[in-house]
Design a protein around this ligand. Structure first.
Ligand code: FAD
Length: 384
């Protein structure tokens, strides 16, 4: 037997962006369901950086306390030329109040907070462990079919939103191109017991031997990220520890590692975010290089405005085409800007013919009045 139901919106993907979009739609009184292929939340700490504009959005949906209770507030970022020379400090106190910091929280905690908030108010709004078999849009609705165990489901909705990540089947099966590629930079990262004295400060090393970044996490853990030498594709844990030691003088304790992985710097942008009744947001629409920690935050900002565009469209305040295409236009500009900002972050760590000049420039960027501009860029102002 096929089970049939109708919603205003079907969201495919219960990652950070799909869950957040669900909360936004709930706040706006738009009916929705989230369909997720994974049976349970995953346990990777991947995205950790949560910027002030996102904290402001969490505040609007009554969740900022939960995030602040679990996360770590970074109030300063220190830049080093090499292991022993600090070039300057960026002070996030310059951010507008009340969120004068960047929060770090492992992605599994973020997803857990978002999921619990959804399930508390709508216990049946997420379905997990399923396989989307087909979907198609017609003039008045979208139809989606999926399998959950032996049961077949056939849902309809006014809109279908692909929040299903970089390899989105919603985008791929809608023949929407995804343009971009990998940068010639590869990185590795790991979470280790914190044996530094940096406390809640972020630290970046921009010496000529390659970029290193380091961020505090709760529970006396520190995330380390290093650009890999050009001749290394996949670095092992011992190699990673050696790189960190060479560039920073810190000896990581291998036995305390809780997460370790290699990843590419890459960027992609979908040719369309809005194809009639099918829309894309989050990594299905745009992938921003992780250096700078913007991808998830950008997805939340886009989801926030998309929620409002959908609400207005469903109420027919505006012609549907116009409202959603305005959303796409604005969000595309922001995504393009975020990609460029991430490129700037990656370029900071590149080998320079004039390392002294680079240190000199960074030193001045971190001083008044340019520090205000740099804080805005690093905290994603102008993209919200
Ligand atoms: C190493 C690294 C570090 C990063 N650090 C940061 C950071 O600090 N800050 C930041 O803002 N960003 C960061 N990012 C980027 C961030 O991880 C992504 O932008 C973010 O996860 C995108 O969220 P999403 O919900 O769009 O997609 P995803 O997180 O990819 O979630 C997609 C969801 O859709 C589900 N799904 C996929 N296909 C289907 C299907 N066919 N049917 C049903 N469900 C499906 C998946 O199981 C998943 O749950 C980082 C990225 C990397 C690689």
């Amino acid at each position: 037997m096929t089970i049939r139901e109708h919603y205003d919106v079907i969201i495919v993907g219960a990652g950070p962006v799909g869950l957040f979009l669900g909360l936004r739609l709930m706040q706006l009184g738009v009916s929705f369901i989230i369909l997720e292929k994974r049976a349970a939340l995953h346990s990777h700490s991947r995205s950790i950086g949560i910027h002030p504009p996102s904290l402001e959005l969490f505040d609007e949906i009554g969740l900022s306390e939960q995030f602040l209770n679990k996360g770590t507030c970074i109030r300063k970022g220190k830049a080093f030329r090499d292991a022993s020379h600090c070039i300057g400090t960026l002070d996030f106190d310059l951010c507008p109040k009340p969120f004068t910091y960047v929060l770090t929280l492992p992605q599994y905690h973020t997803e857990q907070i978002l999921q619990e908030a959804l399930l508390e108010k709508a216990p049946d709004c997420i379905r997990r462990g399923l396989e989307i078999t087909s979907f198609r849009q017609s003039e008045h609705q979208v139809e989606i079919k999926y399998l959950q165990g032996p049961k077949k489901y056939n849902l309809t909705s006014s809109y279908l939103i692909g929040c299903d990540g970089k390899n989105s089947i919603i985008r791929e099966r809608s023949d929407i191109p995804f343009e971009g590629g990998k940068y010639p930079y590869r990185y590795a990262m790991g979470d280790f017991e914190d044996n530094t004295k940096f406390e809640s400060n972020a630290v970046v090393y921009i010496g000529n031997s390659g970029l290193v970044e380091s961020f505090p996490l709760s529970g006396n853990i520190r995330r380390w990220v290093a650009e890999l030498p050009k001749d290394v594709h996949d670095c092992s844990l011992p190699q990673f520890c050696e790189i960190i030691l060479r560039r920073t003088n810190f000896e990581l304790n291998k036995s305390t590692v809780t997460m370790f992985s290699n990843f590419d710097g890459e960027h992609y942008l979908a040719g369309k975010f809005n194809l009639g009744r099918i829309l894309l947001i989050g990594d299905s629409a745009h992938v921003v290089s992780p250096i700078g920690g913007q991808g998830m935050n950008l997805g939340w900002m886009g989801a926030w405005h998309l929620g409002e565009a959908l609400q207005n469209t469903l109420k027919q305040k505006y012609s549907s085409g116009r409202f959603l295409s305005n959303w796409e236009k604005r969000h595309r500009k922001k995504a393009t800007k975020a990609i460029k900002r991430a490129e700037f972050n990656m370029a900071l760590g590149q080998k320079s013919k004039w390392p002294e000049l680079r240190s000199y420039i960074v030193k001045y960027l971190l001083k008044f009045p340019l520090n205000n501009l740099i804080v805005r860029r690093f905290t994603m102002r102008g993209l919200n």
